[in-house]
Design a protein around this ligand. Structure first.
Ligand code: ADP
Length: 198
């Protein structure tokens, strides 16, 4: 099975694109963000390690990890970010591998927003990058999340530069047009991946 790692900046269209592969061609999608969220729940061993490393102050009043607080902390302190990464990333990698091993499909898409930042290229056969102009990212995300354009710009500024991300791309989807334009590119890529997977 061909393993495609799909990445791109916030609001570049990762969810939109992966859903289209799923609905148009029945291609399985693994979502690293979902795995990440699941790892923070109380039943998981990562929970215990995070509470041990960050203290009970990281918990909400009902004992869940306060993801917003955790995000704020790692945003402002790189040591905290490294600590959290050391806890989560081996587990995310392992869970991606486990989920892939259960699939029978010519290829699989694995959506990993921080794929390049976390150096996860080796887990995939090809890297698909969604490339979207910053102005589209800003308007689309501020509408999607009902937040200010300034907030979106700040998040974009904190992510790696698009030129750096694209250096790792085997394939690129350009998402600056309408959704029909996106469908054409997805159709072309699907055909390419079907050939490559045989
Ligand atoms: P990501 O998962 O990369 O953060 P999304 O797929 O959620 O990005 O896309 C961000 C927002 O932009 C969503 O509301 C989505 O519906 C919208 N969107 C994505 N691509 C297009 C497009 N080509 N035209 C119009 N809206 C789009």
């Amino acid at each position: 099975m061909l393993r495609i790692g799909l990445t791109g900046g916030i609001g570049s269209g990762k969810t939109t694109v992966s859903k289209k592969f799923q609905t148009l061609f029945n291609i399985p999608v693994i979502d690293a963000d979902e795995i990440n969220r699941d790892l923070l729940t109380r039943e998981r061993s990562a929970y215990t390690e995070i509470v041990a490393a960050f203290g009970h102050a990281i918990l909400t009043h009902n004992g869940d990890i306060d993801r917003r607080l955790l995000r704020q902390q790692i945003f402002s302190d790189s040591q905290s970010r490294h600590t959290l990464e050391a806890i989560l990333h081996p587990r995310i990698r392992a869970e991606i591998s486990r989920q892939m091993s259960t699939l029978t499909s010519p290829y699989v898409l694995v959506v990993v927003p921080l794929l390049v930042e976390l150096n996860m290229q080796d887990q995939f056969d090809r890297i698909l990058v969604i490339s979207t102009d910053v102005r589209h990212q800003v308007t689309r995300v501020s509408e999607r999340d009902a937040c200010s354009q300034q907030d979106v710009s700040k998040i974009i500024a904190s992510q790696i530069k698009p030129a750096q991300r694209i250096q790792h791309a085997d394939d690129v989807i350009e998402n600056n047009g309408d959704l029909t334009r996106l469908d054409q590119q997805i159709q072309d890529l699907h055909e390419k991946y079907m050939v490559l997977s045989t």
